[in-house]
Design a protein around this ligand. Structure first.
Ligand code: HEC
Length: 219
């Protein structure tokens, strides 16, 4: 599902277009005024519906920094990444891998977070990975916003994910899934753990899909 549909489950009303037209007619508004008008127009176009609250359109500090007309400077990038890294919660009992079969289902499932869902518990969500990544050679279609994850573990020499030799790549992959901004401040990849889009067990299952030598990803 695309991010816009995820935002509020409510259609963009005609008010947004009316407001943008009106903005166009004003006498040379400053960029700051235009920003404020655009924000107000977007805000007026969404409403709470079921579990989909209109607060989903409120940007946090890093989203604002990454949505500006200028990319964040080096110092801000480092700060955003360090904050994101600190947000990572490591899996209980140091257990990083679950079941790749469950991970495969999650990776190919893009549903969840819509206003018709009874609860915002992540257990009803898919991971939506296929929308941005190639995962498996048998996929008929997949997105290319992110790099291919085909042979992810194999290419990185992961023969036994529980061996200490594999620890750096296992930990990197967990942190990437938990909060992708830890390694790329303005990454478009969802922050699955940090934003409670997936729970710990779902993340373990996706880890197994990527890193278990028996997973179809590594065949
Ligand atoms: C909206 C697009 C998007 C979605 C959905 C997405 N990713 Fe990503 N992912 C990216 C992008 C873009 C990158 C490249 C690095 C970056 O910008 O963060 C990436 C990088 C990665 C990496 C690091 C690859 C490397 O070589 O270091 C892994 C692992 C990964 N994604 C796994 C996943 C998994 C698993 C899912 C599903 C739970 C997923 N991604 C969902 C966009 C996405």
């Amino acid at each position: 599902m695309n991010p816009i549909t995820r935002i509020a489950g409510a259609a963009v009303g005609s008010t947004v277009f009316a407001a943008l037209l009106a903005a166009g007619c004003a006498t040379s508004p400053s960029p700051a005024e235009l920003d404020a008008q655009a924000r107000a127009a977007v805000k007026a176009s969404f409403r709470d519906q079921g579990i989909a609250k209109a607060t989903r359109i409120d940007q946090d500090a890093l989203q604002a920094a990454c949505s500006s007309d200028k990319p964040p400077n080096e110092q801000l990038v480092e700060q955003i990444q360090a904050d994101a890294m600190r947000s990572v919660r490591w899996p209980a009992g140091g257990q990083y891998l679950g079941d790749w079969r469950a991970g495969e289902k999650l990776a190919q499932d893009g549903r969840g977070m819509t206003w018709t869902d009874a609860s915002d518990d992540p257990k009803g969500n898919g991971g939506n990975c296929y929308n941005c990544h190639q995962i498996d050679k048998k996929e008929l279609s997949y997105g290319t916003i992110g790099p291919s994850l085909w042979n992810y573990g194999k290419q990185r020499g992961v023969a036994d994910p529980s061996s200490p030799v594999s620890a750096p790549i296992v930990q990197y992959t967990w942190a990437k899934l938990y909060n992708a901004k830890a390694f790329a401040a303005c990454s478009t990849m969802p922050r699955f753990g940090y934003k409670h889009l997936l729970n710990e067990q779902q993340m373990r299952d996706l880890m197994a899909l990527l890193l278990d030598p028996k997973s179809p990803v590594n065949q």
